[in-house]
Design a protein around this ligand. Structure first.
Ligand code: PLP
Length: 513
């Protein structure tokens, strides 16, 4: 109370928004939140990865109407209690060391600090001039990361070859940006908007199709009038010959191949499209017919921080754009997708609009980068901070250790699958991802995954992909259920892998009597 009174004294019209930011109260509140954070993170060691929740159960715990009166900062404990009683029960604990589902959602102390600082500053870096630090630190981080991943010079601002990068929220937004830029480039060269076609593999992430839907190239996921889903080989890699054939047929039919998107580390099984071969083939096309080459390395790209994993980006020198998500596998809290382009002018051409109220001398001079021209939103927060904190805290060496640790643990899972006569690898292990299935009917794998996850000690996920029969006969490729174990939780240790193996074995005993 006294703080409020003094404040009122100093300034009769003290803004309500400042309430609670008085040093003593804010420190106390942050302190109790820190205590909660420690409790939560500690509890992940023991608690199940998720809980059974009925639809509507969490929402029902909140009042139906917003409160008329606010609260005092001293009552923050009530909020923390609600975090524990209402929020936590409805979570799938992505930070649990026994979370092996989907792809990881990486987190770390410096990542959390970066989010904290960014929200305290809470600036909008839409233009260089609206906060030069936002743009310049982000540009530097993009260049740092380009070096860390061994990218060609063309993608770096500091090499001044016309390229550069920015942080997008997600790989899905990067796909939209790439497609819009690719289309604009074709339109500028005189092609009709209505003739554009897009190519990706049947194994590509749904975000590529979604980008086609958003940009009006597809009406729905089934609409393949202008989207070509190219077939894959037995390793689930895009068939480069089929791709080139589709492109040539479309050119002959008067269409405009606009964008090819390869996936380096597919979401289903971690397969790598033959990027190098595709780049070489595309280079043989006359320039006017050549589509934009986008590379989606959302998950696997992070592994390129280690020299021994640079194969994941093999052929990237031919790419027009590339995305990697440090929020998946590089200890940087969600959201953080790195998006690089070879020709930044091609990108900004497609998205730049300058209404009078955004005109400013620095932008007009062309001496600065205005990131609002690089993506869909105008406003942008300072996401580069968390990346900066993560890289300086761990160093390149620490990030390498992080990736290698996970790959070593994935090898333990792989060895278990090889040694377990009832299981077989569905595809070769890809970095930290192990895909396997129960030998026999596809449905056995479906049941195994269900059992494992129903027990809730560990969490794995599934996919359905065309897999060859044990007989290795190409004519026996069918869609089959596959279990995915993605090793990548920030705090995962060997003992968690041991527990995973115990859980899978127990579920196997239930599924196969
Ligand atoms: C996860 C993933 C995406 C989508 O990621 P968002 O950043 O959530 O949009 C795209 N492509 C691949 C290969 C992925 O694994």
């Amino acid at each position: 109370m006294s703080d409020k009174a003094t404040n009122a004294h100093k300034d009769e019209f003290a803004p309500p928004a400042l309430r609670g930011f008085e040093p003593a109260e804010f420190t106390k509140t942050i302190d109790s939140l820190t205590q909660w954070a420690m409790r939560y993170m500690d509890s992940l060691q023991d608690r199940d990865v998720s809980q059974a929740i009925e639809p509507g159960q969490i929402g029902a715990m909140l009042p139906d109407e917003p409160p008329r009166e606010g609260m005092e900062a001293q009552q923050w404990d009530q909020v923390i209690e609600d975090i524990e009683q209402i929020v936590e029960p409805g979570l799938m604990h992505w930070q649990s060391p026994r979370f092996f589902a989907y792809f990881p959602c990486s987190s770390s102390m410096p990542g959390v600090m970066g989010e904290f600082v960014a929200s305290v500053l809470n600036v909008n870096g839409m233009l260089w001039s609206t906060s030069p630090s936002v743009t310049e630190i982000e540009m530097k981080m993009m260049d740092w990361c380009a070096q860390m991943f061994g990218l060609p010079d063309v993608f770096r601002f500091d090499c001044d070859l016309g390229g550069g990068g920015c942080i997008q929220g997600t790989a899905s937004e990067a796909a939209v940006a790439a497609l819009v830029a690719a289309r604009k480039k074709k339109v500028k060269s005189g092609r009709d908007r209505s003739t554009m076609t897009v190519y990706t593999s049947t194994q590509a992430h749904s975000s590529i199709l979604k980008a086609a839907m958003i940009t009006g190239l597809a009406d729905d996921p089934e609409d393949q009038s202008r989207v070509r889903l190219i077939g894959v080989d037995k390793h689930l890699r895009m068939d480069a010959d089929a791709l080139m054939q589709a492109i040539r047929e479309d050119i002959a039919a008067g269409l405009t191949p606009c964008l090819v998107s390869t996936t380096q580390g597919t979401t289903s099984t971690g397969a790598f499209d033959p990027l190098k071969a595709i780049g070489e083939e595309l280079a043989k096309l006359p320039e006017a017919d050549r589509p934009w080459l986008h590379v989606d390395a959302a998950w696997a790209g992070a592994a390129a921080v280690c020299e021994e994993n640079r194969f994941v980006l093999d052929g990237v020198e031919a790419a027009d754009s590339l995305c990697i998500n440090p929020h998946k596998w590089l200890l940087t809290n969600f959201d953080c997708d790195l998006f690089w382009v070879r020709d930044r002018k091609a990108l900004t051409d497609s998205m730049s609009i300058t209404p009078a109220y955004l005109r400013n001398a620095e932008s007009e001079s062309g001496a600065v980068i205005d990131y609002r021209d690089w993506h869909v939103p105008l406003g942008r927060r300072m996401r580069a901070l968390k990346l900066w904190f993560v890289i300086r805290y761990f160093g390149i060496d620490g990030l390498k250790e992080h990736i290698r640790h996970h790959i070593e643990l994935a090898k333990v899972v792989e060895a278990f699958v090889h040694a377990e006569p009832r299981l077989s690898m569905a595809t070769d292990r890809s970095l930290g991802l192990v895909c396997f299935r129960v030998i026999g009917e596809s449905e056995l794998t479906e049941r195994l995954i269900e059992r494992v996850n129903d027990r809730r000690r560990v969490m794995i996920s599934h996919t359905v992909v065309p897999i060859m029969d044990e007989g290795n006969r190409p004519e026996s490729i069918f869609d089959r259920w596959v279990a995915r174990v993605a090793v990548g939780a920030s705090g995962v240790r060997r003992k968690d892998i041991d527990e995973l193996i115990v859980e899978i074995s127990a579920a196997l005993d239930e599924v196969i009597q």
